[in-house]
Design a protein around this ligand. Structure first.
Ligand code: RTP
Ligand code: MG
Length: 159
């Protein structure tokens, strides 16, 4: 069986410094990835340089939260994943819940942000918002990863 983007879409997920800092929160987020049956394609932990945060969030440059977002994302270790699933991009965003924490707590209390988010900035996770941004973001964190090569590999045997 060959993989295809239709059957198995890729997205970039980040666990932000607020969640990586606390082992129980980190484990809870990781469990959400597993219980929603995402395939973990790659995973790494890193400390982000401020310049890389600025570049990653450049679409938000000039907005009132940009400075504190960039400072926060460089304030401690983060964990990056490439996740695969059918409709991975939308599914991961649903699992995360709404960006703003008070809204998340009301409309999606069981989501990651609804249950674990602290503030609109310290909201636990990030997820790509489109196929184009997923490719860009995957390349930013995993420069050696080739989507094309990954899709051309054979499906691993189920264990
Ligand atoms: P993300 O990109 O992190 O997956 O989240 P998103 O699409 O739901 O939110 P987006 O509008 O792209 O905003 C990116 C990140 O900026 C921070 N933010 N803070 N009012 C605020 O203080 C505010 N608004 C946005 C959040 O950390 C959000 O995840
Ligand atoms: Mg976004």
């Amino acid at each position: 069986i060959l993989r295809s983007p239709q059957a198995l879409q890729l997205t970039l997920a980040l666990i932000k410094p607020d969640a990586v800092a606390h082992p129980l929160i980190l484990e809870a987020v990781h469990q959400q990835i597993l219980s929603n049956k995402f395939l973990i394609v790659r995973m790494r932990e890193l400390l982000w340089r401020k310049e890389d945060c600025q570049k990653f969030y450049r679409e938000h440059e000039g907005r009132f939260f940009y400075q504190r977002l960039v400072e926060f994302m460089a304030s401690g270790p983060i964990r990056a994943y490439i996740l695969a699933h059918k409709d991975a991009i939308q599914l991961w965003r649903t699992v995360m819940g709404p960006t703003r924490v008070f809204r998340a707590r009301h409309v999606a209390p069981d989501s990651i942000r609804g249950s674990l988010g602290l503030t609109d900035t310290r909201n636990t996770t990030h997820g790509s918002d489109s196929v184009v941004s997923a490719s860009r973001e995957i390349a930013a964190f995993f420069p050696d990863f080739s989507e094309q090569r990954w899709y051309e590999e054979e499906e691993p045997q189920l264990r």
